[in-house]
Design a protein around this ligand. Structure first.
Ligand code: SF4
Length: 256
């Protein structure tokens, strides 16, 4: 079956460098309690409460056409296409390979926005066609990770290390939730992990939690489990930026 997509976002400025077109694929191996795109979690299509389908089957043609339409903006801004989700790397590999090959032939730089929780065999054959990764790191304690996302973090950390061996360009993104991912302990464990593995990301984006997706749970007939989550305050966020920068990491920023 062709992959399902929920949205093609044009003129996006938060999903990698420059102005980008971002394609949101449906289906994700994780179930983060703070997820603000719950409609992208299941691999099955679903309906909103008004009966409208959440996603539609896409084709390489559809995506190429949507992406190529804005080529002029990418050229001027250093942008391109971002494949996101859900988890794009969980989609059919033949489909992704064809899409990436065609984008490369058109000289469109592609970023992959990933949670990293996929077997490395799904990533490796695509590497030659990908300009960079937006790679999520959430909780460094694997049990906590399991508790809040439904899965441990071992595969995610292993894959990040392997991407380093392939010299892939990686921006790390951390959803910042007060007293959870946004804690000195979690950030220090992240620093320790990245340093011990010699991983030097192009940048680290600290993304403050927001609950703008909470209404979507209701529209899907589901309960939102993130009611107690909060974003850290501005001062606290700046402390984490300082901490990561002092540890030698470059381009540490608040926001996408
Ligand atoms: S990895 Fe992203 S899309 Fe998947 S459940 Fe977590 S927040 Fe949602």
């Amino acid at each position: 079956m062709a992959p399902l997509i929920t949205n093609i976002q044009k003129y996006s400025i938060h999903d990698g460098p420059g102005i980008r077109t971002t394609c949101f694929f449906k289906g994700c191996p994780l179930r983060c309690r703070w997820c603000h795109n719950p409609e992208t979690q299941s691999f099955e299509n679903e309906k909103w409460d008004d009966g409208e389908l959440v996603a539609h089957e896409t084709s390489v043609e559809e995506l190429m056409e949507a992406i190529l339409k804005d080529r002029i903006f990418y050229d001027e801004s250093g942008g391109g296409a971002t494949l996101s989700g859900g988890e794009v790397l969980s989609q059919d590999q033949g489909f992704l390979l064809e899409l990436l090959q065609r984008l490369k032939a058109e000289a469109i730089p592609v970023f992959i926005d990933t949670c990293g929780a996929v077997p490395y065999e799904k990533i490796e054959p695509l590497l030659g066609y990908i300009r960079g990764f937006l790679y999520d790191l959430k909780l460094m304690d694997s049990e906590e990770h399991r508790k809040y996302t439904g899965s441990g973090n071992e595969l995610i950390l292993e894959n990040l290390e392997r991407l380093k061996e392939h010299k892939a360009t990686v921006y790390i993104r951390v959803p910042m939730i007060r007293k959870l991912s946004a804690s000195t302990e979690n950030i220090d464990q992240m620093i320790e992990f990245l340093r011990s593995k010699g991983i030097a990301p192009e940048g680290i984006n600290l993304l403050p939690y927001h609950n703008t997706g909470s209404g979507k749970y209701q529209r899907l007939g589901r309960a939102y489990e993130g009611e107690d989550f909060e974003a850290p305050g501005k001062d606290e966020m700046e402390e984490y930026v300082k901490r990561l920068t002092a540890a030698g990491f470059k381009n540490v920023r608040i926001g996408g």
